[in-house]
Design a protein around this ligand. Structure first.
Ligand code: DON
Length: 581
């Protein structure tokens, strides 16, 4: 093992594949015509999968090699990610998938978590009415009924070509035989040691007898997770939502003050939703509708930008940033009031996206002066200790089937609680509800009635998996983690490509900024703005530009098609990998 520890993490990944795959397959990976996986841009003609983990990207492309399509690839990659990227890859959380098939079919699947039937509006308030953040983030009450397995299986059943066992095989092998832990994962697990210590099953899954998480170069095996994935492969949805897995989840909950019951699990369904579709500069943008706010806000923001000549302002100029910020401010203000689960609240999607409304909303835009968000919160953005994590995957096959998928446990490693005997982490998505009007969630987002907690309701999301078409053909597949910054990340990537004509790598790598109405503050990655740009923005009346509290904004694994060639870009902010075929 010590020699393995000398290798860079991308090589470690390959070595670990070699540990259980035939050597020939590892060679295939090494000899990819598109070049070395992990190169800044990977080029391919026959298929592309870009995810946070080499194992997951490779599991996806392996499906295409076996005759599967982009849907098989995405489902296999997602299950693999549940093994190799435990911070956000998951079967204990939820997500949204946008699909555009080669025949023109567009479908969006909502498998967002649902509040358990026993949830109540004030469940995160104490006797004095004060919000208790630990409950919505770190307790058994923090979890919504998981949706990932139901969604992935429904999507696969409808659009996949391969068998369920085929798409789960890689994930099961990775969990059973283990994989070599790369450096970024080892560091991330190390930071979680104390939290894992607090829960017996989390301890068993992640820590050794001395309380240490797996180190760089160690082989990490997850036998309980392998067994759970095996039940899903054998029994389909029932392998998770009924029978042994469901009983283990319900027991975990009942013994620790949680609410999810076997009935809640049996009742869970993913939902096919209406996509959001808007045109921007002659391209068609397809994104996720409610209960994600992502598509509606992205659609609003792109339409508000349409009449403006962003290209002539230049990327990163004070004028461009001012314009984009003012649009973001208005979009997020509307989010706080109008967006929630459409099954519970009449979300005015078409009104928010209508050209008349967008024009009216921008009437008070002043190109020279910042507006002031109407209310400021008592206290600023609460600094959050644990890193948050979501993950985005993009896939495209040779026939032109495109899939954009964002999935999450909410916070990094969700609630930190593993279901005893079932080997997977539970989400802490309940924090995405508005626990109390005006009370910011962990992303500083505020909301009210539309996103109040109700039994069996889905909490509002910002996830924005997106597919852009050019002349009816897939052009860009993108999306990101980052809570509310997801929406503005996708917005910036689209404008970088379409307005500023950047290559995909530059569009993804470029430093990002974000504004979300409240708190009234433009936050940016370090080095996003020059000193004179900052001075100019402040002269326009923007409050002091703040560094983004978590440093990096987003992790946008993306695919772009140009001249019939697929370009895969893993966001350089993290250790994602594009694999081409
Ligand atoms: O659905 C949402 O909007 C959040 N739960 C996403 C969380 C997230 O992106 C954290 N990642 N950095």
């Amino acid at each position: 093992m010590s020699s393995i520890r000398q290798l860079p993490s991308s090589l470690l990944g390959l070595v670990s594949l070699g540990a259980w795959l035939p050597a020939a397959l590892t060679l295939v990976v090494l000899l990819l015509p598109g070049g070395w996986p992990g190169a800044s841009t990977v080029y391919a003609k026959n298929g592309m999968v870009v995810t946070r983990s080499l194992h997951a990207s490779e599991a996806g492309v392996a499906m295409m090699r076996q005759g599967g399509n982009a849907i098989d690839a995405m489902v296999a990659a997602s299950f693999a990610l549940a093994v190799t990227h435990p911070a956000a890859g998951n079967i204990g959380g939820g997500g949204f998938m946008v699909i555009r098939l080669a025949d023109g079919t567009v479908a969006t699947n909502d498998h967002r978590e649902m509040a358990p039937s026993g949830a109540t509006r004030d469940m995160f308030l104490d006797e004095t009415g004060k919000f208790v953040r630990e409950r919505s983030l770190l307790s058994h009450l923090a979890s919504g009924v998981p949706g990932s397995v139901a969604g992935l299986l429904a999507i696969h059943e409808r659009y996949g070509r391969l068998s369920r066992k085929q798409v789960l095989e890689r994930a099961i092998l990775l969990a059973e035989k283990g994989f070599v832990v790369g450096y970024p994962l080892s560091r991330s697990l190390k930071r979680m040691e104390e939290r894992f210590q607090a829960h017996p099953a989390s301890r068993i899954k992640f820590l050794d007898d001395e309380g240490n998480a797996p180190e760089f170069g160690d082989v990490f095996r997850q036998p309980d997770l392998a067994a759970t994935l095996g039940r899903i492969a054998e029994e389909g949805k029932d392998g998770f939502y009924r029978g042994k897995t469901a009983q283990l989840i319900a027991k975990e909950m009942a013994e620790n003050g949680g609410l999810i019951t076997v009935e809640d699990l049996a009742a869970y369904k993913s939902v096919w939703r209406e996509p959001v579709r808007v045109s921007y500069r002659g391209y068609e943008v397809i994104a996720m509708g409610p209960p994600s706010s992502g598509g509606v806000l992205l659609g609003f923001m792109l339409q508000a930008l349409q009449p403006q000549d962003l290209a002539s302002l230049g990327p990163g100029s004070a004028q461009a940033l001012h314009l984009m910020t003012e649009i973001e401010r208005r979009a997020f203000a509307d989010r706080s009031k109008h967006l929630g689960d459409p099954d519970f609240y009449p979300v005015p999607t078409s009104r928010l996206l209508s050209p008349e409304y967008v024009t009216m909303r921008m009437n008070d835009f002043d190109p020279e002066h910042a507006s002031v968000s109407s209310e400021l919160l008592p206290g600023v953005f609460e600094v959050q200790q644990e890193s948050a994590e979501t993950t985005h995957l993009s896939a495209l096959d040779r026939d032109g089937n495109a899939v954009s998928y964002t999935t999450t446990l909410n916070g990094g490693y969700g609630s930190g609680i593993v279901v005893a005997g079932a080997g997977f982490l539970l989400n802490n998505e309940m924090d995405d509800f508005s626990a109390k009007p005006g009370e910011p969630n962990m992303f500083g987002l505020v909301g009210g009635e539309a996103n109040a907690i109700e039994p069996s309701k889905r909490m509002l999301s910002s996830m924005t998996p997106t597919i852009v078409l050019n002349n009816g053909q897939p052009f860009l597949v993108t999306g990101s983690p980052g809570g509310p910054t997801i929406i503005t990340t996708v917005y910036q990537i689209i404008t970088n490509v379409m307005d500023h004509d950047m290559a995909l790598y530059d569009a993804v790598a470029r430093a990002r900024c974000h504004h979300q109405w409240l708190p009234d503050s433009l936050v940016c990655e370090p080095d996003a703005l020059s000193a004179d740009t900052i001075r100019e923005l402040e002269r326009m009346g923007h409050p002091p530009i703040a560094p983004y509290r978590r440093g990096k904004i987003g992790d946008a694994h993306s695919i772009l098609v140009q001249e019939g060639v697929m370009q895969g870009v893993a966001d350089p902010r993290n250790d994602g990998v594009a694999v081409g075929l």
